[in-house]
Write a protein that binds this ligand. Structure first.
Ligand SMILES: Cc1cc2nc3c(=O)[nH]c(=O)nc-3n(C[C@H](O)[C@H](O)[C@H](O)COP(=O)(O)O)c2cc1C
Length: 202
């Protein structure tokens, strides 16, 4: 049987808290039998969308930068995980650039994202620094593009996985509640991908 593919996008410019928790999530998913790809935005050259509408006429983006490494991964993925640090109560600008540049994928194929499953991980320096606002932005991207968003369920992971890093890698590693929200979200994400009814493991 061919394994379902998951791409995890790390929206931090650093190899710290967000990078760590996304890699933990991908490890859990690999153990559940998925083929996983980590795509970090650290060091990548991904320009913001210029709204030149070249993609609408030519079915590809005019800006030939590192987004071209991510386009095929997104196209082929069954599941998408966006993980972002919280910046000013929202996603990082690196994450937002990726979302906006996906316009070119949809311009080439309107249904490119339809039926994929998406989950979100956000990492804030403060305990309540806007993690759910940033998740909301990711979920909005999913809904707008036909990706089915999943959270982790009530009692801890309502909209997805949320972490409190206290601005350090050590801080995020100590965030037990954050990891509980991650495990719950990964379970639902995996179940949705495999078409398993909630609570009925295959
Ligand atoms: C520009 C900027 C804005 C930030 N805004 C917020 C914020 O609104 N809320 C919050 O909780 N943390 C905020 N932080 C802190 C980061 O979210 C936090 O340090 C996070 O762990 C960084 O993730 P990383 O270690 O993966 O880079 C901000 C950090 C930066 C650099």
């Amino acid at each position: 049987m061919i394994a379902m593919k998951i791409v995890g996008i790390c929206g931090s410019p650093r190899e710290k808290a967000t990078d760590h928790v996304l890699k933990e999530a991908l490890k859990m998913l690999e153990e559940r039998g998925f083929e996983i790809t980590f795509f970090g935005l650290r060091g990548k050259k991904i320009s913001p969308c210029l709204h030149c509408d070249f993609c609408h006429k030519n079915k590809e983006c005019r800006i030939k930068d590192d987004m071209y490494e991510l386009y095929p991964l997104l196209r082929e993925a069954d599941g998408i995980v966006f993980a972002t640090p919280v910046y000013n109560g929202g996603v990082s600008s690196q994450t937002k650039a990726v979302m906006d540049r996906c316009r070119a994928l949809a311009a080439a194929d309107f249904n490119v994202f339809r039926g994929k499953i998406g989950m979100a991980i956000t990492v804030g320096g403060d305990r309540m620094g806007g993690q759910e606002l940033a998740i909301q932005q990711i979920i909005t991207f999913y809904v707008l593009n036909g990706v089915v968003p999943v959270g982790g369920g009530s009692f801890g992971a309502n909209l997805g996985a949320t972490f409190w890093s206290k601005d350090t890698l050590e801080g995020v590693k100590e965030d037990e509640e954050g990891f509980r929200s991650l495990r719950k979200t990964v379970r639902r994400f995996s179940d949705n991908l495999k078409g398993v009814a909630p609570g009925k493991e295959k």
